[in-house]
Structure formats: C-alpha cells, structure tokens
Design a protein around this ligand. Structure first.
Ligand code: UDP
Length: 325
C-alpha cells in the first residue's frame, strides 16, 4: 500500500507516518514545514509543498500512485482562529478544496480527514456522539465543518470515499520517545504544564477558573496520539467496504479538568507545576467529552491508552529525552 500523508511532519501526522511505516506501508509526506518539523518527517519520503499551490500538488501526485490520502494539514489553534479567521478558511478550506481537486485529477478516491470536536461548539449534552448538533463557536471548528460538508457533496457527486475523524484532545507522544508534540509557540495544555514543571516554560497559565464545571476549569477528553493513528489505519480498511462520506468521534469518553491534568503532570513527573489563573481563552467551550461508540462499533477501534497518567507519561518521556520533533 502507498499512502500520501499531508501534514506528515506535524504532531499527529508524524505519529501516523510512524504507525504506517512500522506496518510496511510506503509513506509519502507532503508538508510545507510551516509548523511541522523536518526531523519528525523521518518515516516517509518528504516532499515540501503547499496545498495552496495546485501546481505543486500535481507534481506530488504524479510521483504516486497513492491508494489513499490522509490529510492532517491545518491551522488548528482555537484562539488564533478567532484572531485570524481568513487564514484559517484559506488554509483549511481552500487548501482542502485544492487537495480534493488534485485527488480527482489523479484518480485517488479515498481520504481520511482530520476533523475535530470543535465542529460541535458548545455541547448540549454531556457526552457528544455523532448525532449531536454541529454549531462551531470559532473559525477553526467552522473551517473543519465546511470540509466535512464538502466531503459529503464530493462523495455524492464523484464517489470519493472518506472518513472524517473528529479528535477530541490529542495528547501524548510515541512511547519509544522518538517523536512527540512540539509546537512553537506551544499552546497546548500538557506540553505547557510539563514545560512549567521542568522550569523551562515559565508558569502555566490556567485559562479561567470560573467555568461552569466542578472545579471551575475547562473539561476535555484526552486521547493518545497513537490511538488516533490506530483509528486512521482502521478507517483505511473501512473505506474498502463502505462508500460515501463518514464521520466518527474519537475520544476516551472521560473528561478531565485543567486542574486534573495539572495534577496528573505533577504525579507522573514528580515535580510541581507552578500555575497562575489567567482570563478565559476566546473560543473555548467549557466541556468537551466524546461518545465514541460508533467508531468502536464501525471501525473496531479500541484505544490502548485509557488512563490519563499513561498518556501523560509518554509526553514526559519525550520531553525528558529533549525531543524536538
Ligand atoms: N489550557 C490552559 N493553559 C494552557 C493551555 C491550555 O488552561 O496553557 C486549557 C484550555 O483553555 C483548554 C484546555 O486547557 O480548556 C485544553 O487546551 P488545549 O490548547 O490543549 O487544546 P484544545 O482544547 O484547544 O484543543
């Protein structure tokens, strides 16, 4: 099998490439390296290209053929998307439009798409399944929902098969410590908490302690990055037997508050995390927890990492190895 991974130098894409590479799949990585890392793109052939340049995309596809595309390229920061909406619609929507056009031109008919829990917006019930209304409250979520809609239309019109995977909070690192989560600047909770505990990131800012949650901090559902990779792998198999455009929610089904995550980082690392309470962050919903029964049933997906401490331990291992990728 030969797979094109768009965004394969990024956090989740590089773990995907590693997963496929370990299973003997030929991996080509398309990445513009705007946020990805060259050293993380070591599990496939890296082609530096941008989805916003259709001619460059054609060159990538001409070097195929590919059995399927996995698409991780996106701007993905909620707060930034509120400040820079046009960049988000350009990168996430126009970029995917260009990719879909290139796939059609080159006869590639299968796509696994990185979607997000942010398509749901403010939850109207405790656990979010696929029947939950989609009403994004920030441009990031809106851009991903637009793509999901495009995928349904393209499936109907052109028979392109797709699976959109709506991640809740991707977390952790490769258990061998080879690759991990490294954004610059880092905005995510677990790496920021680890950096604060290590004394190399200043104090952790907790964005709001006055949310309508048990301890006043936001609640999220943390899912290990390799469990996400496993779901993508299963989605490839699913498309063999299922036409159309499908969407699945991916999470552990358990919510942890920011304070609980901080406690886990302290417990696992054996070091305190110095914190300050900061104002709420624009675009954040109070609680996001997945119901992933559909993915379990349809894809046969079972997360291997069900304990927050085990997820946090892989992140610590990578940070302690002075990982950069
Ligand atoms: N968060 C925080 N301080 C940080 C980073 C994140 O309090 O330095 C909070 C954030 O407001 C959210 C949760 O931690 O409630 C998870 O945020 P993250 O950016 O990791 O992921 P997101 O939920 O935006 O995908």
């Amino acid at each position: 099998m030969s797979i094109l991974i768009c965004g394969g130098a990024g956090y989740i894409g590089s773990h995907m490439a590693k997963w496929l590479h370990a299973r003997g799949t030929a991996v080509t990585i398309l990445d513009n390296l705007s946020t990805g890392h060259r050293e993380a793109a070591r599990y496939g052939r890296l082609v530096e290209a941008d989805l916003l340049e259709p001619a460059a995309l054609d060159a990538v596809f001409e070097a195929g053929p590919f059995d399927a595309v996995m698409h991780f390229c996106a701007r993905s920061l909620v707060g930034e998307s509120v400040r820079l909406p046009l960049d988000y619609y350009d990168n996430n929507v126009v970029g995917t439009l260009n990719l879909l056009r290139a796939m059609r031109r080159h006869g590639v008919g299968r796509l696994v798409f990185s979607s997000t829990a942010a398509v749901f917006g403010e939850p109207v019930r405790d656990r979010i399944d696929e029947s939950h209304p989609t009403a994004p409250i920030n441009p990031y979520g809106a851009s991903k929902l637009m793509v999901e809609r495009m995928l349904r239309d393209v499936a109907d019109a052109h028979g392109l098969r797709s699976v959109a995977l709506r991640y809740f909070n991707a977390a952790g690192a490769s258990p061998d410590g080879a690759i991990g989560e490294g954004h610059a600047p880092e905005t995510h909770l677990i790496p920021n908490a680890i950096a604060a505990a290590r004394g190399d990131g200043g104090r952790l800012r907790i964005f709001g302690d006055d949310w309508p949650t048990p301890d006043g901090t936001c609640v999220r559902d943390y899912i290990h990055v390799d469990d996400l990779a496993q779901a993508h792998w299963r989605a490839l198999g699913y498309m063999e037997t299922h036409a159309g455009a499908h969407a699945f929610n991916l999470g552990n089904g358990q919510g942890f508050s920011v304070r609980e995550v901080v406690a886990a980082v302290e417990r696992v690392g054996g070091r305190p995390v110095p914190v300050d309470i900061a104002p709420r962050r624009a675009g954040d919903p109070a609680v996001l927890v997945a119901a992933s029964d559909l993915a379990r049933r349809e894809l046969g997906w079972r997360p291997d990492y069900t304990r927050l401490d085990d997820i946090v331990a892989t992140a610590w291992r990578w940070h302690d190895g002075a990982g950069t990728a």
